[in-house]
Design a binder for this molecule. Structure first.
Ligand code: NAD
Ligand code: 44H
Length: 382
């Protein structure tokens, strides 16, 4: 079996790529970072430090890499059995063009072996969104062929992988937590279901995606935003701050109440899930900066993402949302010189004020009670 993985970054090297290579799949990474590409092609292997109470270093072997903007991508897509991505939600549209060209070539070559494509991004049904970008870029004459031979498989991916502290000396080295979870929608595959150790199959993906994104990522983002406001550099320092921890736990519980209503999760199991996540945020073996976790605040404040979607759920079911409101207000205070979205947010706030800005970025009604609550929390935090 041969796979092409877009994005040789933290989760690409530290989780998905590792899992595929460990399964004996011939793996080619596609990226745009020339330093990483050169190092992968020079060494064909890299170390993964799995940190926890029993730390170990594992070597991922037999991998190679190509530039994601080169035409070699087209040939690879026409030949491989599996395409995966971990590039970030905003990059999916950018890679869709060459995936579409590769699919056209695959069809022209008469290759009818099933191909499955799995986007491993922090978003709800990211692969389905990639499919729409691919369909837009693919001439209509290939659409029926695509429906017959290409599976677009949605997934939920969970492993905390910050940039490695040794990254400046070894561009390939990566440090990961022990925990990992990759759950894919088994109803969307074409051909036989792959047996890849570490990949779990489900026919109830939405429950798992929302449980992960609207618990871990909701809590993570709020830890980052409140952490930055309180002057903490890392997620660990922030979550050890009792005031922050109370809001983060409260927000995960508020979001959890929605998930329990929507998906019928058992309340005590969900409480244990939250407790475990708080422990993962505290991990003393990982240095995860609030700036990585808070990155791209406009994405995180958008209607379908980790802050607003759970809040909309609380409104739908008439449930409390005071901690989520604190989290949204803190997100609107997020600043980073490295992050264009943080700068755009600051400009919007300066030009339009908090009420209109929040309505614009989140889609919430500017005159709603919840927007008024966020605006008043935002002023209190300033
Ligand atoms: N790091 C984590 O803890 C974690 C965990 C679960 C999910 N995720 C998700 O995985 C995705 C990637 O996150 P990450 O932390 O690995 O980010 P990252 O920045 O470390 O990796 C992204 C990689 O994509 C590459 N890239 C950018 N444009 C590209 C293009 N056009 N073609 C090919 N490669 C391109 C970048 O050079 C980089 O190597 C995101 O959607 C994120 O939400 C991350
Ligand atoms: O990758 P983002 O920007 O969507 O979110 C930042 C972190 O919350 C995220 O990368 C987590 O570390 C990850 O989702 C853990 O599984």
């Amino acid at each position: 079996m041969k796979a092409l993985h877009f994005g040789a970054g933290n989760i690409g090297r530290g989780f998905i790529g590792k899992l595929l290579a460990d399964a004996g799949i011939e793996l080619v990474f596609a990226d745009v970072n020339q330093t990483v590409l050169d190092a992968l092609n020079a060494r064909h292997e890299y170390p993964v430090h799995v940190v926890g109470e029993q730390a170990k270093t594992e070597t991922v072997k037999g991998v190679s890499a190509i530039n994601s903007t080169s035409d070699e991508i087209i040939t690879l897509v026409s030949e491989v059995d599996l395409v995966t991505t971990a590039v970030g939600p905003q990059i999916l549209e950018r890679i869709a063009g060459s995936v579409a060209k590769g699919l056209a070539k695959r069809s022209d070559n008469g290759n009818t072996r099933p191909l499955n494509i799995i986007a491993c991004e922090n978003m709800v049904r990211g692969t389905s969104q990639l499919k729409q970008h691919v369909l837009k870029a693919l001439p209509e004459q290939y659409h029926a062929w695509l429906e017959q031979h290409v599976g677009f498989v949605d997934s939920a991916v969970d492993r905390i992988v910050p940039p490695s502290e040794a990254g400046s000396t070894d561009p390939l080295e990566v440090t990961v937590e022990t925990f990992s979870e990759w759950i894919v929608d088994k109803t969307q595959f074409k051909g036989d279901l792959p047996a890849i150790p570490g990949m779990e199959l489900t026919d109830n993906l939405m429950a798992f995606v929302e449980r992960k994104l609207f618990t871990l990522n909701t809590g993570h983002a709020i830890t980052a935003y409140l952490g930055q406001l309180a002057g903490h550099q890392t997620i660990r320092d922030a979550i050890l701050d009792e005031k922050i921890r109370a809001v983060v736990k409260g927000a995960m519980e508020e979001s959890g109440a929605v998930l329990i209503k929507r998906y019928g999760f058992e309340a005590d199991k969900h409480a244990a899930y939250i407790q475990k996540i708080l422990g993962r945020f505290e991990n003393p073996y990982l240095k995860d900066d609030v700036e990585r976790v808070g990155r791209q605040p406009l994405r995180k404040l958008s209607a379908g993402d980790r802050l607003i979607k759970p809040t909309l759920g609380t409104l739908e079911y008439g449930l409390p949302h005071a901690s989520l409101v604190q989290g949204i207000a803190a997100a609107m205070h997020y600043r980073s010189d490295q992050d264009p979205q943080a700068q755009e947010l600051a400009t919007l706030l300066a030009e339009k004020g908090p009420q209109a800005t929040l309505a614009e970025v989140s889609g919430l009604d500017a005159d709603s009670e919840v927007v008024a609550s966020v605006v008043s929390a935002w002023h209190a935090m300033a």
